[in-house]
Design a protein around this ligand. Structure first.
Ligand code: KG4
Ligand code: ZN
Length: 360
């Protein structure tokens, strides 16, 4: 690291508490635009939510309160950086669970006030959107498919602060659909890896499951009809043998892989991209990755997936987005926790989603 040696690099502490990961990281950005991750601490709350088959907001908020101080201290310790040496403190201000966001924003505000450094409010989705530039050196404009437990969207990333939402789910997020499917079939939480494991021994063709929105124009997604269809098939076949569960999982996975690939192909056709990038927990799924790889090849662009620790929720991406704000002189004036915060302010409201552009 060149800080303190007269080199114009900036260092920011990032804090992420929007859902069920308590995370802090220290990241530097050098004058040439390259980045260096000095530390990254992520405390997952999966065990606390396991019994409920999904994230319980009150439990998540309380767990953040209990853990955040130590997570921040550990990130500074590992980076060997003191609060006074920071150029800014970046925090996820939205979108996310309000009680969880408030824990991060309140802590970051107090730390920034105590140490006299700027407070930088970051949109969580912007963190995901800018990660490929840090992790893969991806050049703008690239197409990002973000598929996690809370988000499913196709975002055109034209540059810092220049995002276009090309498509989004009109009901469940894809990770949520995996989790609900796992719960329905008596598998564990988080459901994605369990469904993938079960699907490995299954026959994807045995159950005829729908491919929602396939063959229609546009880049939006829908998964609730597929979930209902799967529930009806499961009820009709009950009691379910291990093979039945495997076949249902394989069928579900094949259906979503086909839909995701087709919607992504539509978005690829809508612009000139340097790459297709996938992020979010669901991007770990091998069947989906394979389908996306083929889609990218057909469109003639490289397919990039940042390493898992930068793909799922983390604070490195929040620090990096904060660093971009500092570098571009675009510091958020007022940092308030916002459960809903569309990345693309010009995007049409999501009619039919019941969310009117909220969960974008
Ligand atoms: O990005 P992420 O770690 O965080 C949040 O959304 O908070 O994504 C978690 C989601 C969960 O819904 C999980 O079931 C899903 O990603 N997931 C997967 C796989 N691994 C994680 N879905 C499908 N296949 C996987 N291998
Ligand atoms: Zn996320």
């Amino acid at each position: 690291m060149e800080r303190g040696e007269g080199c114009a690099s900036l260092t920011v502490l990032g804090i992420e508490t929007s859902c069920d990961e308590t995370a802090a990281a220290v990241v530097s950005r050098h004058a040439d635009g390259s980045g260096a991750i000095l530390s990254s601490v992520v405390l997952s709350q999966v065990a606390a939510h396991q019994a409920f088959g999904g994230v319980v907001p009150e439990i998540a908020a309380r767990a953040h309160v209990e853990a955040l101080d130590e997570v921040v201290a550990a990130s500074l310790r590992q980076a060997e950086v003191s609060l006074a040496e920071l150029d800014g403190i970046a925090v996820t201000a939205g979108p996310g669970l309000i009680g969880c966001l408030l824990v991060g924003v309140t802590t970051a505000r107090a730390l920034a006030a105590a140490s006299g450094v700027p407070l930088l409010g970051v949109n969580h989705l912007e963190g995901h959107a800018l990660t490929p530039a840090l992790a893969e050196g991806a050049a703008f404009p690239y197409l990002l498919l973000l598929v996690s437990g809370g988000h499913t969207q196709l975002i055109g990333v034209d540059g810092f602060s220049r995002y276009r939402r090309l498509g989004s789910t009109i009901d469940d997020a894809l990770g949520e659909a995996f989790d609900k499917t796992a719960k329905l079939l008596g598998l564990g939480y988080p459901g994605g890896p369990e469904v993938e494991k079960a699907a490995a021994g299954g026959d994807a063709g045995r159950f005829d499951l729908p491919r929602p929105l396939l063959g229609t124009p546009g880049c939006d997604f829908s998964f609730s009809g597929l979930k209902t269809a799967l529930r009806l098939k499961a009820e009709a076949a009950a009691p379910l043998s291990e093979q039945d569960v495997a076949d249902l999982c394989a069928g579900f996975q094949a259906a979503v892989a086909e839909v995701v690939a087709e919607r992504t192909a539509h978005a690829l056709a809508e612009g000139e991209w340097t790459a297709l990038v996938a992020a979010g927990g669901v991007a770990a799924n091998k069947a989906i990755r394979r389908a996306l790889q083929e889609t990218a090849e057909r469109a003639g662009v490289p397919f990039l997936v940042p390493p898992p620790e930068l793909c799922t929720d983390n604070a490195v991406m929040i620090a990096w987005a904060g660093l971009m704000q500092l570098a571009e002189g675009a510091i958020t004036e007022e940092v308030v926790a916002r459960p809903r915060w569309p990345l693309d302010r010009d995007a049409e409201p999501l009619l039919g989603s019941g969310r009117l552009g909220a969960r974008v």
